[in-house]
Design a protein around this ligand. Sequence first.
Ligand SMILES: [Zn+2]
Ligand SMILES: [Zn+2]
Length: 268
Amino acid sequence: MFLADYHIHTSFSIDGEAPMEDMLLSAINKGLKEVAFTDHVDFDAKYYPQPDYDSYIPVFNTLKEKYKSKINVVFGVEVGLENTWADKINDFTSRYPFDFIIGSSHAVLTKDLYFDQKEYFDKKAKKEAYSTYFRELYKNIHSCHDFNVYGHMDFVSRYGMYDDNSLEYKDYADIIDQCLKAIINKGKGIEINTSGFRYGINNAYPSMDILKRYKQLGGEIITVGSDSHRTADVADHIEYAYDMMKEAGFKYVSVFRKQKAEFVNIDK
Ligand SMILES: [Zn+2]
Ligand SMILES: [Zn+2]
């Protein structure tokens, strides 16, 4: 079976724990055919130093060449999308020859969901906090041009400060549908992010309901990623995500070359 992990962080990310080569060796040991390194680039200068691409790119190229007979390695990035910073984001993504870009909502209305968790969620009912997240995500789709898949689309539920943080598609169906339609119309895709299995929700981001809705609306482009920050988590629940895709009616997972999707049969 063709197994690819399209969301991996290395120690070039602020929260990555292992060097790129260790993550790559873990992927090879687990039988993956392809990986995308997607280190973080976020634009909230208070919290996130930018990776130094002058040192990143030579390391990446050396490893890609060294292990090319065993695994294909894709030059990716996970960019935090926030429409307030769209000009900076669009400038950054046009400057480097990425093969693959995940766009993710890490900050909403300039509040980082992790670092500014209290500020964002305090005094907001769950419905308002989650609806605002999706409304801003919708704006990001239109203002940030260079992403290929939207990362962990319903991730806001990870940071909620409620007795019950769960997020049901049916409670946000209108705005989630608008987001999915915009993603499809712009020729972009979504990812299935398996980190939820490590963060205690026992599910992927997005949930099965959203995945099925994406299919109903005509979505085709999907990547699967572990969002691993350490070697043990590389490839985590990738086969489970393929099973989710099959259940939702998808036959192909996407890989990317120069930001163009190619489709690989998940049954092969
Ligand atoms: Zn992320
Ligand atoms: Zn990530």
